[in-house]
Design a protein around this ligand. Sequence first.
Ligand code: ADP
Ligand code: MG
Length: 265
Amino acid sequence: MANERNRIITIANQKGGVGKTTTAINLATALAAIGERVLIIDLDPQGNASTGLGIGRRDRACSSYDVLVGERSIGEAALQTAVPNLFIVPSTMDLLGLEMEIAQRGDRAFRLRQALQTEEAFAYSYILLDCPPSFNLLTVNAMAAAHSVLVPLQCEFFALEGLSQLLETVDEVRRTVNPSLDIQGIVLTMYDSRNNLAQQVVNDVREHLGEKVYHTLIPRNVRVSEAPSYGKPAILYDLKCAGSQAYLQLASEVIQRERRRKIAA
Ligand code: ADP
Ligand code: MG
């Protein structure tokens, strides 16, 4: 990706329920809270990021589907959320039909990238793409449009196996649609310190992936799981809870790494 005017991060893991959406919402909120202008693009037909940020079905007249088919621009589809500086392009079930509709087009993998190569998209300093739990044309569009992939990994037995599949996918994407796709980092989620296996997973993942793994561990926390039903990021719902504090810490790690990357570039 040539553009360095913003940072586009896709939050991906082909497994469902590992904390992608929770990470997208809370990382975005934390970045917005320190003054970054942030956009989430909800690419999951389930629309959990949209719901979790309080965007009701009625407010989704314009969605990521419209952007991908080229009927709307990012600026037209982005909605302000209750969090200052945080915007979202919501999703609808229409996304389920997208694959069929654009399958024959030569540019099918690059629909999102095209939409993001615009002044409207450059107005955000961070764009986070919340992916569905599968490897399909939506995920390919996200990986083709992004500078990097951030991988939430649940601390459980098959975590490493899932991770190696994902890293193979990233290699495939580099060979085909986006040679400069970077790994932003791996964040371990739903960590339970009382569980010995979780500690083992943390050790294994750190051993294999080293510095790509964030120091911050996101703990399993009830307040984090309650927040979406109030249409709020955990950070707004209960700033003091351990989960919110962990997401703030993750945001500061993301920013520190970005600073280092820019200095090295
Ligand atoms: P994904 O987007 O990967 O499918 P979600 O972010 O939707 O995963 O998380 C799956 C479920 O786990 C949701 O119900 C969410 O509220 C819950 N959850 C996510 N992170 C945490 C956490 N740190 N502590 C407790 N529950 C969590
Ligand atoms: Mg999700």
